[in-house]
Design a binder for this molecule. Structure first.
Ligand code: NAD
Ligand code: MG
Length: 333
């Protein structure tokens, strides 16, 4: 069985697409307004790589640079229209994958961006720096380990010092390693998954609150596995469900302060996480094939969701869950 089992795909596909379409509509409409002769981003979807993908494996945490095919994070394909002009964002795991796509899209929408990532990922982080600075935006890089409480709780203050404030927090970094069964799940792995995916989100959100003003947004990356956990992702799936719960309580807790909190539930997306132990290597060639769309998603396909959820124009949406699952069922909020 793969992480993204075809048995559970059909039931809520309509609901998943409705949420995504509602969130991204503005982005596509604005593409048309500014588009001139160029094709809108959506037309490129047909050209995204389809299965089978080359079998590959990297040591954790993996590099986007080393993947084949290269993930599309929107370096060339995402086109901004100023939706986040002057905003300041902090994104965990912003070096690669979905976090990088958010970082690039935010910069192209006019935001300054700080990312955190592990030291081993510096080559990927430098690629992000080039794109963000090429957009004329301020870029700050904070390498370090989110399991270290003092490092993590210091990040919001550092972002404020580098960017001049903080308007958007994206809790996106995660640890995912598949195991055959519970006997194979070590205490060390369990702790690493909990510390990275939950403790860091708790520490970082708490430390960010003093800096967030009305209109600020928190975006948490969950997963479609929150509702339909695969048998090989025991600890990881627990955290992705907990992230939805945290999103709901924080949305209620922070609404009166004008701070919105929403979650994104990706389906199978072509990122380093999957080729560095997140997935069985033998499943990678068919990664995403069981979704109705029939392929893995590319990180850039998530970018319009993160932009929409960061955009203050989305002012009546908090505590919501937005899917980008290729048509797979997605968790309800
Ligand atoms: P990715 O590997 O590109 O990003 C994960 C990032 O987490 C890494 O780049 C790394 O910088 C960061 N990270 C991990 N452990 C860390 C630590 N101890 N300290 C600091 N940073 C650490 O992979 P991705 O798929 O883009 O993952 C981003 C988010 O998307 C994660 O929350 C993941 O659970 C979620 N997600 C991914 C998929 C998928 O199919 N790729 C599906 C559903 C949800
Ligand atoms: Mg990375």
């Amino acid at each position: 069985m793969t992480e993204f089992d075809s048995n559970r795909r059909a039931l809520m596909a309509g609901a998943a697409m409705t949420g995504a379409a509602a969130a991204t509509g503005a982005a596509f409409a604005q593409t048309d307004q500014s588009g001139g002769g160029e094709a809108p981003m959506t037309s490129q979807a047909a050209d995204f790589p389809k299965p089978p993908y080359p079998r590959q494996q990297q040591p954790w945490p993996g590099l986007a640079q080393e993947m084949d095919p290269q993930p599309d994070h929107g370096e060339e394909t995402y086109r901004g229209t100023g939706r986040l002009q002057g905003k300041r964002a902090l994104i965990t795991g912003g070096d690669s994958g979905i976090g990088r796509a958010a970082a690039i899209a935010f910069a192209k929408e006019g935001a300054d961006v700080a990312i955190c990532y592990l030291e081993a990922e510096e080559p990927d982080a430098q690629d992000v720096r080039r794109v963000v600075e090429n957009e004329g935006r301020t870029f700050a890089a904070f390498p370090g380990d989110l399991r270290d409480k003092s490092y993590t709780t210091g990040l919001p203050q550092r972002a404020v010092e580098e960017l001049g404030g903080l308007d958007i927090l994206v809790n996106n970094a995660a640890y995912q390693q598949w195991v055959p069964g519970l006997e194979d799940l070590s205490d060390e792995q369990f702790e690493q998954t909990m510390k990275t995916n939950l403790y860091a989100m708790f520490w970082l959100t708490k430390a960010a609150l003093p800096h967030l003003r009305p209109g600020a947004a928190i975006i948490n990356t969950s997963s479609e596995v929150a509702a339909s956990p695969p048998e090989i992702l025991i600890d990881y799936s627990m955290t992705k469900a907990a992230i939805l719960s945290f999103t709901t309580t924080m949305a209620k807790n922070l609404a009166s302060r004008g701070i919105r909190v929403n979650a994104v539930t990706p389906g199978p997306i072509w990122t380093p996480l999957q080729v560095s132990g997140g997935q069985k290597p033998e499943n990678l060639p068919q990664f995403g094939a069981s979704t109705p769309i029939g392929r893995a998603g590319q990180p850039v396909e998530l970018a319009p969701l993160y932009v929409a959820l960061a955009d203050p124009a989305f002012s009546y949406s908090t505590g919501q869950v937005f899917g980008a699952t290729g048509g797979d069922p997605q968790p309800a909020g």
